[in-house]
Design a protein around this ligand. Sequence first.
Ligand code: NAD
Length: 495
Amino acid sequence: MISQNAIETLRKTEIGAQGLFIDGVQVEATGGASLPVTSPIDGRPFASIADGNAADIDRAVKSARKAFEKGSWSRAAPAFRKKVLTKFAELVEKHADELAVLGVRDNGTEIGMAYKAEPLSAAGTIRYYAEAIDKVYGEIAPTAENVLGLIHKEPLGVVGVIVPWNFPLMIGAWKIAPALAAGNCVVVKPPEIASLTLLRLAELASEAGLPAGVLNVVTGLGAVTGEALGLHMDVDAIAFTGSGPVGRRLLEYSARSNLKRVFLELGGKSPNIVFADAPDLKQAAVVSANGIFRNSGQVCVAGSRLLVQSAVYDRFMDELLQATMRLKVGDPLDLANDVGAVSSAEQLDKNLGFVARATEEGARLVTGGQRMLTETGGSYMTPTIFENVMQDMQLAREEVFGPVLGVMRFETEEEAVRLANSTVYGLASAVWTANLSTAHRMVRAINAGVVHVNTYGGADITVPLGGVKQSGFGRDKSLHALEKYLELKTAWIAL
Ligand code: NAD
């Protein structure tokens, strides 16, 4: 783990003006425009990124296509790709302190969480796919004796990666690593408010020996660069994590351009269900508070709807309130704090809008609901709990992506299932119960990509992550994610 001394040195590092990363080098955006990078820690600008445009996306896609056609990566032996990616993972680990602090200055995630979830997780993901790629075989089909049916697995070509600001490195690596391992060339469009770590990641990839053009990064506004990537006629696939509205646009861009495949990991309104027989209510309350409030609730799988069985409602709420009050919110670069900053002033305003509407609609504010630490100039919000939340309220239906929890009561298992599934989303969920049968029934009954039992979050790279319903489709993580970046080709050979 990083030390406070190391953090204090790194927090003062000059970052300066950042270029785009195209064809293995930093370049200016066409036209030379840039965007300031403001830290949510104190509201001050501390760097700038190149404000890329459609011409820059085109440059990056051309560079990726040229590298793909050249074949020094796409047709290289998997053992070679494994060697380079393993070195890449080592370099990410070696630079973990630098990457973690840079990312926190950019997006405000508390360092304790960011250190593990960003550089260390990204390094682990890169290593996982590096190790996997020389174990992927083609197939021989069970045909009649007079033919040979072979199934080859080939890279798709140029893959566009678009990620959100909450965990750009971790989520970026979930897409970049399997895409590269499979032999594709990649163009990354980082989130405009947290681009710095992905730019640094590309430099480290280059240092590890990734040929020029195989990994490019084009910063800029999503509506400009993201749209250009989505509409580009020479991009074969887009791997996206972000909001539903942007996910819909990407499907439209695909339909309007070259029918590129689109993989969407979208938002959630995940139910966290506490049964009266939960093995340890206190522990469940602590984990549930972390499950919504860490990273100021800016976690796609956050347990933002808490359903508590009536028999233990008062006891559980008491434990939850205590666990919430113990969370220290403040400077995300102070190791003593549990919760850092909200990623931007705009996101904070949006969160406060949800609080106002929940109050208007009749939910009862148990704690929080306010901006805090205004004297810092940064964006901070108190962990917020509402109870008496009804199904038709905005807070029960829409994703806040902030530290705001809505609580409901239920009596029976059937009611819990009905409430849990009364959402357009289906990303994550949790069930707290000591009864094995209840747990397994709930795992089957909940419509979500992941059901946690007696825990919340923490699923590692070995298992897939993704949603059902309007939480999207396609899976990140695990060996299943590799399949997204591989094309099947049949060879039908008469013997
Ligand atoms: P967002 O959809 O606003 O932005 C995501 C990315 O899309 C950014 O890089 C942005 O620049 C880009 N973008 C914006 N407009 C675009 C356009 N017109 N065309 C193409 N790209 C465009 O989301 P956000 O605010 O960055 O992130 C929050 C959302 O992400 C939440 O809904 C959250 O649940 C979701 N999320 C999901 C997961 C998951 O694994 N399912 C993980 C993290 C976050």
